[in-house]
Structure formats: structure tokens, C-alpha cells
Design a protein around this ligand. Structure first.
Ligand code: GDP
Length: 476
């Protein structure tokens, strides 16, 4: 789709969301931008100033009828988002007007832009590296303050800078390894193994750190997916509404999917949370059919980041509930003992512990005390404070990270490449440690460098371009 021979075309598209709005913006980019647009915007001077908006009447090419009153902002070649000559036409936000203007531009010889083609051109013209291009998309799509902040930091180059540093270190090692090959016949050692190992260690550490940030980076970007599970009538729906702050309007029922799930989004401390109530489980669990119920609950919870297992504290944990718990991953499970308002006195955590003692879940926990402290909540769906008490704890799990100053990756393409680079780096270390010689180091370590360069887009092929830009929509 993205080929060099199309890069000389002048392209156009509506860059604002589709539909009716106060204004819409049509972006035109390419070498013939001014010559095309000035034929329908006669009010534009022959040599417009860059970054200046001009106001006037946009007219039909053949009938000369006025289509709209518009504002045309001119960006000269080299000074625009794409790096090409660009004009942004702000017109009234009607799809009919947008279509007529696009039609005029196409008649003049402009081509409708492909998905992400403006950002693609910015990349090809060296305005952005590939990591930054991807963060444009993340920023547009961000659904919480934290996600937007993360994307903006990436757009400004926080990840890119770190990768550039790693790339420089890698290039140093490869240059020395290759020089070593040339001199080896003369018995000259260009650089001592210890020094190379030191540098490899440093690279390994940087890569490990970056790979290790993916989990948090992805959570900040996409938000936390939390599944509420448990037997019928324990209070899952009530808690769901509590967490969503009674945002019933966005609690939606999606029938006809593989399983029926009620879900809704909310935000806490700038982080997005998606809550899912495993409604589809209800019937199968109630006439259990134990195995099927447990299987279904596994499926529903498997894709989540956290599971809130809810039970009725008045009734205690039943054997059936312990069986469901056994199928859950303690690493992501929180136990919500609900309906505490029905109890005459403060509930005892020991009752939960006792019930868990002989379960498989308990065997997986390891440290029961710490699990109980962090993961067992006595709650009541009638108590509004429960929301912040529980969510605070989830967010806190990531609190020790100085998010403002940490470079985080959040894109799976980056994760794959950096993991590859890390593996190659580790193998390169063994090559040096085993004294296998510079040739072998050069071969092995080259792969690590390639992985970094592919991440930044310094090396790319059609496959990489397609993978990155197919995610975009038209006009971006
Ligand atoms: P679900 O089937 O697990 O989704 O449970 P629901 O949320 O539909 O709740 C079942 C019943 O328990 C409803 O009548 C709720 O009003 C009630 N309920 C839920 N949570 C609480 C609670 O914390 N305290 C009290 N007293 N009643 C609750």
C-alpha cells in the first residue's frame, strides 16, 4: 500500500471526525497543494505566509458557485506536520460541504489519502521516527489522562531517545568487533573482552528495563480490565454500578457475543478501568454443572488484568465458590467479601482464611498474610467509599514507579522487537564469554541492532509499514 512512487502525489482528506460539527478540517499535503487549492480559494495570495490563516470564499471550479466560507491555513514545505507543503481548510462542519470540497480537489488532481498517510509522510520525511508516529495514534485514541500523558511523552521522544542511546552503544560494539576481525590476522586485539562485556551488560540492563515497563505501559494506555465473578446474588451487579458510579447509561448489554458480558468504563486517578460482569455465567453456574461453570469463568477471567471474586459474607464461602476460586490466578485475584452491612459485628478475616486453607487457590498464594492484607476486602455495595478504597489499591500496585520520569513502552510491536534484541544481546554475551571470536559476535549482535533500528523505523519494509499504518484512520 505504501510505495515510494505514490509519495509524490498531492493527497487530501477530512481530518476531523466524520459527521456534523461546528467546523471540519480538510488537510491537503504534497507538492501541488498551493497550486490546487488556490484555484478554488482565489483569495489566497501568490506567496502566502507560512502558518498564517486566510479567510475567503471557496468556489466550485466549473460553476463558480460559492461552496462555503473557509479559513485556509498555509504551511510551507519543511515546516508542516508532514514536511510537505500543506494547507488545512477549515470549513463548516457538514459532510456535504466536506464532500464537495474533496470533490473539487480530486478534480484538480489530488488523490484521496490512505489511512495514516499524513503520518506516514511525516515519517518518510524525517519529521517523526516510527515510535513517534505510533504515539500519534495512541494520543488520538487515548481514553484517559494517564494514557494521553504517556502518548505525549512518547511523541516528544522519550522512548526514541532511549532507543537511540542503545543503538549508539550497539554500533560502538559492532564497529569494534568488525575492526577486530580485520586486525585478527595480524594478532592485534582492538578492544579487551572485559570492556565489550561491560557495554553488553549495560545494553542488556537498559533493554530489560524497557521490556519490564510494558505491563504498566499497556495498562496505562488501555486501562485495567476488571472482571467481577462469583455466584448469583452475591452483589456483582450492585458493585459494578458502584464502581461505575451508577453510570447506568454506559452499562451495556451485548447479546449474541460468545458470552454475554455487561461492561462499562470509568476513570480513577486518570486511569481507565473497564469493568465486566460475567452475566453469561449466571445460568450455567446456578444449575451447576460445576465443570462447565468453572470453565466459563476461566475463559471470562483469562483475558482480564484483574478479577474481583465476590461472595456473600453472610453466607460464607461455599464449596462451589472455592472450586471457582481454584480456577483463578491469585496474582490477579481480589476477593470482595460483600454485604458486610448485614453482619452484626465486624467480619473476621479468619473465616475467609479457614475456608481457603484446603483449597488449591491457597496453595498457589504462597504468602497468605500478605495476600490477605492486599487482596481481601470486606465491603458493602451500599457503601460509596468502597469504590476509592478498592481502586486506590489497584492503582497503588504501580505507584512505586515514578511515572512522570519513567520511559515506558506500551506498544506490542516495540515489545516484540526489544525482546528479540534482548535475547540477541544475551547470546552475544555468551559468545564473548566463551571466547568465540569477533566474527561470531558481529553476526549475533547485528540482529540486536536490526531489532532496534526496526523499532525506530531506521530500517523498514512493506510489512512493517502496513502493520503500523493500517491501525490509523483516514485523515490522520
Ligand atoms: P449479582 O447477581 O451477583 O449481580 O447480585 P446483585 O447485585 O443483583 O444483588 C443481589 C441482591 O443483593 C440484590 O437484592 C441487592 O440489592 C443485594 N445486595 C447486593 N449487595 C449488597 C450489599 O452490600 N448489602 C446488602 N444489604 N444487599 C446487597
Amino acid at each position: 500500500m505504501y510505495r515510494g512512487d505514490r509519495d509524490q502525489d498531492t493527497i487530501c482528506a477530512v481530518s476531523t471526525p466524520h459527521g456534523v460539527g461546528g467546523i471540519s478540517v480538510i488537510r491537503v499535503s504534497g507538492p501541488k497543494t498551493l497550486s490546487f487549492v488556490s484555484q478554488i480559494c482565489k483569495f489566497l495570495p501568490e506567496h502566502p505566509e507560512s502558518h498564517r490563516a486566510y479567510f475567503g470564499s471557496l468556489k466550485d471550479l466549473s460553476s463558480h458557485d460559492e461552496i462555503d466560507e473557509v479559513l485556509a491555513t498555509y504551511f510551507k514545505h519543511g515546516k508542516s506536520f508532514t514536511g510537505e507543503e500543506v494547507i488545512e481548510i477549515s470549513c463548516h462542519g457538514s459532510p456535504v460541504i466536506c464532500q464537495s470540497i474533496l470533490h473539487q480537489l480530486v478534480q484538480l488532481g489530488a488523490r484521496p489519502a490512505d489511512r495514516g498517510e499524513f503520518t506516514y509522510r511525516a515519517f518518510m520525511n524525517g519529521k517523526l521516527d516510527l515510535v513517534q508516529a505510533e504515539s500519534v495514534l495512541s494520543l488520538i485514541e487515548s481514553q484517559s489522562q494517564q494514557a494521553a500523558k504517556l502518548a505525549l511523552r512518547q511523541l516528544k521522544g522519550s522512548v526514541s531517545q532511549k532507543l537511540e542511546d542503545i543503538e549508539n552503544d550497539m554500533t560502538w560494539i559492532l564497529a569494534h568487533a568488525e575492526a577486530g576481525i580485520d586486525f585478527s590476522t595480524e594478532g592485534i586485539k582492538v578492544v579487551e573482552n572485559d570492556i565489550v562485556l561491560n557495554r553488553l551488560d549495560k545494553i542488556e540492563k537498559s533493554l530489560e528495563e524497557l521490556v519490564g515497563t510494558f505491563k504498566v505501559g499497556r495498562l496505562l494506555k488501555d486501562g485495567f480490565r476488571v472482571v467481577l465473578t462469583g455466584l448469583p446474588n452475591v452483589g456483582k451487579s450492585s458493585l459494578l454500578n458502584l464502581f461505575l458510579e451508577d453510570e447506568r447509561a454506559i452499562v451495556t448489554d451485548i447479546p449474541g457475543t460468545t458470552r454475554d458480558v455487561i461492561h462499562g468504563d470509568t476513570s480513577f486517578k486518570g486511569v481507565k478501568f473497564t469493568f465486566l460482569d460475567t452475566a453469561g455465567l449466571r445460568e450455567s453456574v446456578s444449575d451447576l454443572v460445576e465443570k462447565i461453570g468453572i470453565q466459563k469463568s476461566r475463559e471470562a477471567t483469562g483475558e482480564s488484568d484483574f478479577v474481583f471474586f465476590v461472595f456473600d459474607v453472610e453466607k460464607g464461602l461455599s464449596a462451589e465458590e472455592i472450586a471457582i476460586l481454584d480456577g483463578l490466578d491469585p496474582q490477579k485475584t481480589y476477593i470482595l467479601a460483600n454485604k458486610t452491612d448485614r453482619l452484626a459485628q465486624t467480619p473476621e478475616v479468619f473465616a475467609v482464611e479457614e475456608a481457603l486453607q484446603n483449597s488449591k487457590f491457597f496453595q498457589k498464594i504462597g504468602d497468605l498474610e500478605s495476600f490477605r492484607k492486599r487482596r481481601v476486602f470486606f465491603v458493602s455495595a451500599l457503601d460509596k467509599k468502597v469504590r476509592s478504597r478498592v481502586l486506590e489499591d489497584l492503582v497503588k500496585e504501580f505507584g512505586d514507579l515514578q511515572l512522570e520520569n519513567t520511559v515506558l513502552i506500551s506498544n506490542s510491536r516495540h515489545l516484540e522487537n526489544l525482546t528479540r534484541a534482548l535475547e540477541n544481546t544475551r547470546r552475544s554475551k555468551s559468545v564473548v564469554e566463551d571466547g568465540l571470536g569477533e566474527e561470531f559476535l558481529a553476526i549475533e549482535f547485528k540482529e540486536a541492532l536490526i531489532a532496534i533500528q526496526e523499532t525506530l523505523g531506521k530500517r523498514f519494509d512493506d510489512q512493517i509499514m502496513d502493520r503500523v499504518f493500517k491501525e490509523f484512520c483516514i485523515g490522520k
